[in-house]
Design a binder for this molecule. Structure first.
Ligand SMILES: Cc1cc2nc3c(=O)[nH]c(=O)nc-3n(C[C@H](O)[C@H](O)[C@H](O)COP(=O)(O)OP(=O)(O)OC[C@H]3O[C@@H](n4cnc5c(N)ncnc54)[C@H](O)[C@@H]3O)c2cc1C
Length: 450
């Protein structure tokens, strides 16, 4: 078996300077056996894995970040960053002056025949701006930040668990037909919505939980420097019937826009809907200022699943933790997952750090407790919300009432993007109760179809 270092492909991350392949010494504050196995292996180099690797390396642990593809790697996404994502990037020292990043001041939203423009709200913690950046650029740059903190990055390398007597004992790395094994003390599972690494560990989905399907493509537009992201909240099929979901147009700056549709699984009509046809219909009805039609398409539409509201689990094993899409951390209100990948990565890193520092892995159990404290109420509200709007009567009522009042829509925007003031925890519970009451009053019951 080759030594683990033989699989290292770190050179592509920072082409300008010769890479330092040797694992960094952090003063050895929490030294693990130096037999080449790091304290922590992070499986998956998307937002959640790169953030977990960043924060663990920053805390002084030896970390291997394993990514099966090679950076810069594509990820099907709307490429939209909300202020919550910007905040997490700020915390990791991201360089926002990179030319690939296009700043966004707010949301232009269409619904019920009305247009509303809303700037990102002021918030004591989060900035009042967002951004659009291709995932190929974003994810490589965040992985580079983790590498600068000392994480060792294995690209083009697939990780799989080695399980003995029901316990994760090692991580097997395969690259170009070569395999080797690492014996970390803890594994962070950050391998995305399908989580093939997680499956042998018993990771599965709550099949009763709502989920989404989304499809996107890139288009050429002369209006790609627009400083607003745009959404259509009352998405319709070709027969003009409302479907539960939304369409988006996210300008990347320069000449390109990311256009897509997202659909929720909470309507009875869901199975008969085709995201490709919905994207066509959305495109046909796009506002003129984009100057986009089918002939402007630059790439084939590609889609993916949105697993939301912590529908993945178990969240923790005896020596592993689940983060990001593997955990189903996407915001059920919006399908936004990048910020929650970063945040769950950071929160998991804090618990792993505490467990390693105390040499007590039972402390990993604090991670699900922290998730519950941070997101529990909000995600429960979100799950109810997506069931409510799966009912076409409720969806129409929501759109008609909401779009008549800019203050109400601004408040909804704040709630949906999870930018409520931090000192108002009771607010979430009030919303939860209000939506629950609305559900009980729904004329035809949840998820009924028109
Ligand atoms: C069409 C669409 C549009 C979206 N739009 C937005 C948006 O605009 N804004 C937003 O915030 N969110 C959006 N999302 C959600 C967002 O893309 C995800 O929530 C986010 O990528 C989750 O990050 P992650 O790190 O958990 O997983 P991923 O980004 O999926 O990263 C997982 C990584 O693990 C690697 N991997 C998998 N298995 C292994 C293995 N065995 N060994 C090694 N590596 C492995 C993969 O190659 C991948 O790089 C969208 C999703 C879709 C499908």
């Amino acid at each position: 078996m080759p030594e683990p270092d033989a699989l290292l492909v770190t050179g592509n991350l920072e082409p300008a300077t010769p890479p330092d392949h040797s694992p960094k010494q952090h003063g050895g504050i929490y030294p693990h056996d130096v037999s080449k196995s790091p304290d922590v292996v992070v499986v998956g180099g998307g937002p959640s894995g790169a953030a977990a690797a960043y924060w663990l390396a920053e805390a002084g642990h030896s970390v291997a970040l394993v990514e099966k593809k090679e950076y810069p790697r594509e990820k099907t996404c709307g490429d939209g960053l909300t202020p919550r994502a910007i905040f997490e990037l700020q915390e990791m020292g991201f360089d926002f002056d990179v030319p690939e990043l296009h700043r966004i001041n707010g949301l232009r939203s269409y619904g019920a025949g009305t247009k509303l423009e809303m700037e990102w709200p002021d918030h004591p913690i989060y900035p009042n701006w967002g951004a659009i950046i291709r995932r190929a650029d974003l994810d490589q740059q965040v992985a580079m930040l983790a590498e600068k903190q000392g994480a060792v990055i294995y690209q083009q390398t697939t990780a799989m668990p080695v399980i003995e007597d029901g316990r994760l004992t090692e991580v097997e790395l395969t690259s170009n037909g070569d395999t080797t094994r690492l014996s970390p003390r803890v594994v962070v599972v950050a391998d995305g919505a399908v989580s093939r690494f997680g499956r042998p560990l018993g990771v599965g989905r709550d099949r009763t939980a709502p989920y989404g399907l989304a499809l996107r493509a890139y288009y050429a537009s002369p209006n790609a420097d627009d400083d607003m992201m745009e959404s259509l909240l009352d998405l319709k099929d070709k027969d003009g019937k409302n479907v539960p979901g939304y369409g988006w147009t996210f300008p990347l700056g320069g000449e390109t826009v990311n256009i897509g549709v997202g659909l929720l699984s909470t309507s009875k009509r869901w199975k008969g809907l085709n995201t490709g046809k919905l994207l066509d219909t959305y495109l046909d009805n796009l506002p003129d200022h984009w100057e986009v039609d089918e002939s402007s398409r630059l790439t084939e539409p590609v889609g993916g699943k949105l697993s939301m509201a912590f529908s993945g689990g178990p969240i923790v094993g005896s020596n592993w933790v689940l983060v990001g899409d593997a955990l189903g951390s996407t915001n059920p209100f919006t399908g936004e997952g990048i910020a929650y990948g970063y945040q769950t990565g950071r929160m998991a890193a804090a618990s792993v750090h505490a467990a390693l520092a105390a040499d007590d892995l039972t402390r990993l159990q604090r991670y699900p407790e922290a998730l519950e404290a941070e997101f529990g109420d909000y995600y429960r509200v979100g799950k109810v919300f997506v069931r409510v709007i799966g009912n076409p009567h409720m969806m129409r009522a929501f759109m008609t009432v909401g779009f008549k009042s800019k203050p109400l829509m601004e408040w909804t925007f704040r709630v949906m993007s999870n930018l409520m003031p931090p000192d108002d925890r009771t607010l979430t519970r009030q919303i939860y109760r209000a939506i629950e009451s609305a559900v009980r009053l729904a004329p035809a019951g949840l998820g009924s179809s028109n």
